[in-house]
Design a protein around this ligand. Structure first.
Ligand code: PEP
Ligand code: MN
Length: 341
């Protein structure tokens, strides 16, 4: 339930009103204070609330029941965009953030070569998998803790913040130096993992599941937010359809849809969506054109020798070309690109 308060309502009145509601009903109150108004989001057993009594309160402007099951992730509860402060740049403030790197972390030399090139091209973050969710148990599973060490080494040497995937809540202590924790498509509905990440204070990049609806995607974000961590970034990475010519089908309509339904930043991963290097450029351009806050792209210094997803990886030279086009498009749209150079 959304309660919009009148513009002149004081902080004291808001507190008194919230305390009254929480003591009377089994609900929690999410307060969003904007420049024009204050919005209270009531979550819990709102069916028992006597709406006539609430509406009769002189500080109340309007009251609406929210039908959607996602509340904290809902734009109705938080009309402004969520902006995540990464220190040197922000995600969700209208700027474009490129998170670039190999599918898997493989060696110190590989990470150094890629980091140096992508940073120069304009990437603001380094991606790379240490714990890899592979379809086959016989495929390369990632360097695990050593992979995290190599990522933090690259972060130290090149000043690039890092984003990498977690697969088990038990590994969380290893992620201390990680700047954004990624939840992969296969774990989008690993609810125990999501609950655990709800108690951590790092931003979470949540990828859409292989065959999940937009509502299920937002409910997974809600799991993290319900635990208290409101720094969630949504990532559209393609879904399974009947079309076999691409690895997945990029649901480009998810971008404006998620931006409308939610206040959370939205990024796109065209590499896993298409699975084809030449398609990464047009899909990246389309994503930024329709409002994505950033891109996650796989780049490898030697795609032919990559230990995972080499077939979809771009070379650093190819990424240079895409980065230039993205900067041009962002400029045309009046948006900045976050770089560390
Ligand atoms: C990845 O980003 O390396 C990855 C495994 O992606 P997804 O979870 O989208 O398949
Ligand atoms: Mn990959």
């Amino acid at each position: 339930m959304i309660v919009v308060l009148k513009p002149q309502t004081t902080a004291e009145q808001i507190k008194k009103f919230s305390d009254e509601i929480t003591s009377q009903y089994k609900v929690t109150v999410n307060t969003w204070v904007g420049t024009q108004s204050t919005v209270l989001g009531l979550i819990g057993d709102t069916a028992s609330i006597d709406t006539d009594i609430i509406q009769a309160n002189p500080i109340v402007e309007s009251l609406t029941r929210v039908q959607e099951p996602y509340k904290k992730a809902n734009r109705k509860f938080h009309p402004d965009n969520t902006v995540i402060d990464m220190g040197k740049f922000k995600i969700g403030d209208g700027s474009v953030t490129m998170m670039i790197g190999p599918c898997s972390v493989e060696s110190s030399e590989q990470m150094a070569e890629i980091s140096q090139r992508i940073k120069k091209a304009g990437a603001a973050m380094l991606r790379g998998g240490a714990f890899k969710p592979r379809t086959s148990p016989y495929a390369f599973q990632g360097l695990r803790a050593e992979g995290l060490y190599l990522l933090t080494e690259a972060k130290r040497n090149f000043g690039l913040p890092i984003v990498t995937e977690i697969m088990s809540p038990a590994h969380l202590p290893l992620f201390e130096d990680v700047d954004i924790i990624q939840v992969g498509a296969r774990n989008m509905q690993n609810f125990e993992l999501l609950k655990e990440l709800g108690h951590c204070d790092k931003p979470i990049l949540l990828k859409r599941g292989l065959a999940n609806t937009i509502e299920e995607f937002l409910m997974s974000a809600e799991y993290i937010m319900a635990g208290g961590n409101e720094k969630v970034i949504l990532c559209e990475r393609g879904i399974r359809t009947f079309e076999p010519m691409t690895r997945n089908t990029l649901d480009i309509s998810a971008v404006p849809l998620l931006k409308k339904l939610s206040h959370l930043p939205v990024i796109v991963d065209p590499s896993h969506a298409a699975g084809i290097p030449w398609m990464v450029e047009p899909l990246s351009m389309a994503s930024i054109a329709c409002g994505a806050d950033g891109l996650m792209i796989e780049v490898h210094n030697n795609p032919a020798k990559a230990l995972s997803d080499g077939a979809q990886a771009l070379t650093p030279d190819q990424f240079d070309g895409i980065a230039e086009k993205i900067k041009g498009l962002a400029g045309y749209l009046g948006r900045s690109v976050n770089t560390l150079e």
